[in-house]
Write a protein that binds this ligand. Structure first.
Ligand code: PLP
Length: 433
């Protein structure tokens, strides 16, 4: 097999990275003594070692090696409010100082928060959990109990949590319920139709845009089609809005005019604290109504914790109102358009929706990508892009994922466009079509 023409360039970038981040290298070494591979969250692993962050302020993060980065990762969409929002600091301090944590009882605040989440996302009832993974697991349990069926349709490239991944069109090795999935092809309505009509299907779960899978947006026709086919087949339609809920005041469902039976949430909704939520039709959510003799438990020690119910509420009511969401999504659209402009005519492109996007450098150079399986990424060039963006002071995911933090200065976004333009020009011959 021939070596990639830029292998040496990547190796040189890796060496510069190692030299520039000696404290992170030492911390990683130390971490390997208590964490397997020095890691407790696989996505953050990097070769030769990950950079360790010491702190975050507003839209920036500062490493243990003393370098400050513009944070374009946004904790994979969860850090919408940045790292030190004064109103969230005040809210959290107030809970700690005057309300108390872990009160082990129902609180007035959980109702206020629930009411706000229901009204924002057009849900009849909602329940809280501690992560997006949990939200999806509970939503699937509700769908199975409600329909009395067990199979679930998901999509190739989809990601619904740490034990609910479908990269490559198969349930990941660590998935729960590995044998109960029918995995269809994303953005392919015929494939979805056949899967949904399989005997014994309780629900279809879909992301409006596959986020972890590469920021490939579902077409409106595909998503509406899935909704319609599911409805006709008596199969519940679950929209995973864990990432996309920030794209408009009512999430992607509102943007695209969808009416899912259930929706799931997480990430930014907790105001920066751990959260999951799922909700929708009252008759389905009644599965968990403890007043009913038929009900099933939905438990979780921290489901209604005082910190998250206050922080999440402050976020929704004061910091990310409907008009903020519309404005912010437009800002993301503008940024992506500029990134695609400076990379136009090359093998690099940026896919996504609003303030959630991903860089791609593909071997074939197409810019119209409907799903991950349509393209093969040039992994060597993607790695080089990451190292070079790190050197330019931009913190983003190694796989090219970018999400924006509110109030990131426009100059920093322009500087990122400039850095991408410079990368494209530096490697013009390797990136040429
Ligand atoms: C669409 C989607 N669903 C679910 C999850 C899982 O959320 P969590 O990491 O909070 O468990 C993620 C996380 O990236 C996600 O992107």
């Amino acid at each position: 097999m021939s070596t990639h023409p830029l292998t040496h360039t990547v190796e040189a970038a890796k060496q510069r990275y190692a030299l520039a981040n000696p404290t992170s290298m030492a911390l990683h070494e130390e971490a390997t003594q208590s964490l397997p591979g020095g890691n407790t969250r696989t996505v953050l692993h990097a070769d030769p070692f990950p950079i360790y962050m010491k702190s975050g302020k507003n839209h920036q993060v500062t490493s243990e090696d003393g370098k400050t980065y513009t944070d374009l990762l946004c904790e994979f969409t969860a850090a919408l409010y940045g790292h030190s929002n004064p109103r969230l600091q005040e809210t959290i301090a107030n809970v700690v100082q005057t309300i108390g944590m872990n009160v082990g009882a129902n609180t007035r605040q959980e109702t206020l928060f629930a009411r706000e989440v229901c009204s924002r996302f057009d849900l009849e009832r909602v329940r809280f959990a501690n992560s997006g993974t949990e939200a999806n697991l509970h939503a699937l349990a509700a769908a199975r109990l409600f329909t009395g069926k067990h199979k679930v349709v998901s999509f190739s490239g989809g990601y619904h949590g740490g034990v609910l991944g479908f990269r490559g069109g198969v349930p990941a090795k660590n998935n729960v319920d590995k044998h109960d999935w029918v995995v269809a092809c994303y953005n392919d309505l015929e494939s979805a139709r056949a899967a949904i009509k399989t005997e014994g299907v309780a629900a279809v779960v879909v992301e409006g845009m596959q986020g972890a899978g590469g920021c490939f947006a579902g077409t409106i026709d595909f998503l509406k089609g899935v909704q319609e086919v599911a409805h006709d087949a008596g199969v519940l339609f679950i929209l995973d809005e864990v990432m996309t809920s920030r794209l408009s005041s009512g999430g992607l469902a509102q943007m695209y005019g969808l009416k899912p039976d259930l929706k799931t949430f997480g990430k930014w909704l907790g105001g920066g604290l751990a959260i999951g939520a799922f909700g929708g039709r009252a008759d389905i959510m009644a599965t968990f109504d403890p007043r009913l003799s038929t009900s099933v438990a939905h438990s979780g020690t921290f489901n209604n914790n005082t910190l998250v119910t206050h922080a999440g509420y402050t976020g929704l009511k004061e910091l990310y109102t409907s008009s903020d969401a519309e404005r912010f999504t437009q800002l993301g659209e503008d940024l992506r358009a500029k990134l695609n402009e400076v990379s136009n005519g090359t093998k690099m492109c940026f896919t996504g929706l609003g303030t959630i996007m991903a860089a791609h450098i593909t071997k074939c150079g197409t810019r119209e990508i409907l799903r991950a399986s349509d393209v093969e990424e040039d992994q060597v060039m993607m790695e080089l892009f990451w190292f070079e963006m790190i050197e330019q002071g931009f913190w983003l995911a190694k796989r090219g994922f970018v999400a924006l933090i509110l109030e990131t200065p426009q100059e920093e976004l322009d500087r990122f466009v400039g850095a991408v333009a410079a990368f494209v020009s530096k490697y013009r011959s390797e990136l040429s079509l």
